[in-house]
Design a protein around this ligand. Structure first.
Ligand code: SAM
Length: 263
């Protein structure tokens, strides 16, 4: 089986076209949201599908207690490298659809990088919300960052969508994305395939090909509101767009943040 690009933490960020300073802006925005919707200061933070927890690393340096969960041992190992023993992020290897942690309740949880729509089935989605809800104190917030999905691409057979080249400090990467077909009755609205051909500068004759096949459930604010209600754990209390406290949904360009509160 071909490896996943998430086994190469230094590469996936560039592949996802992350801009310099983006993580810092996102972390600042989360803090603004917490200040607006929580009465008490935030001390305990849970990072869902944390990867190496770049947001968590910043918050931990500011004195918060941060715990990250992710299924990828490589991402967790990269995160542990950045973390100081005494004041870093604590990681647990977990699947996001069903997990528990030997931890005291958290004030807030967040799920960044527009990964929430990988929770496909109703069972997984509700189980996920239960697991997060059980770990939050009452009134605690769960902030979920989601892509603006305004174009369903229906294809009859696997079809190339985009192609680009990306340079990182240690590699050249040819990125090709594909759309894959799916059944009309499936709970998903696209299957996104991400292929990366990686040529490391240290070994230019070797090419590593990664392939990730990512089914995506079309997630809009009313759908998140419904899922929150169905979980009996959360209520959707706010929606923000493009890291702004004021831009209305009609003017959303790229992404939105759903704010769920534990009931
Ligand atoms: C795009 S990365 C984002 C990482 C981090 N939140 C960030 O902002 O850099 C997505 C992460 O989700 C993790 N992931 C995807 N599906 C998962 C699942 N079902 N259970 C646990 N982790 C998962 C991957 O291992 C990867 O580290």
């Amino acid at each position: 089986m071909e490896p996943s690009v998430y086994q190469f933490p230094s590469i996936f960020r560039r592949v996802h076209m992350e801009q310099p300073g983006e993580i810092e802006q996102e972390t600042d925005f989360l803090k603004q949201v917490w200040r607006r919707h929580l009465k008490k200061p935030v001390r305990r933070v849970l990072d869902i599908a944390s990867g190496d927890s770049p947001h968590g690393q910043i918050l931990a340096r500011e004195g918060m207690r941060v715990v990250g969960i992710d299924r990828s041992p490589t991402m967790i190992a990269a995160g542990k490298k950045h973390s100081r023993e005494d004041a870093g992020v604590r990681f647990y290897r977990r699947e996001i659809n069903k997990f528990s942690l030997p931890e005291r309740p958290f004030d807030v949880a967040f799920f960044m990088s527009e990964t929430f729509p990988v929770l496909i089935s109703n069972t997984d989605l509700l189980s996920h919300l239960h697991c997060v809800g059980r770990l939050l104190r009452r009134g605690g917030l769960y902030c979920v960052d989601i892509d603006k999905m305004d174009r369903i691409r229906i294809v009859r057979e696997r079809k190339r969508w985009q192609r680009r080249k990306v340079r990182t400090d240690d590699a050249m990467v040819e990125v090709t994305t594909y759309d894959r077909p799916f059944q009309w009755y499936a709970p998903i609205q696209s299957i996104f395939e991400l292929e990366c051909r990686i040529r490391f500068r240290a070994r230019p004759d070797d090419v590593v090909t990664t392939r990730d096949i990512i089914p995506i459930r079309y997630t809009t604010p009313p759908f998140l509101e419904l899922a929150a209600k169905a979980s009996h754990m959360f209520e959707l209390i706010a929606v923000y767009t493009d890291l702004s406290m004021v831009t209305p949904l009609e003017q959303c360009d790229r992404r939105w943040l759903g704010v769920l509160q534990k009931v």
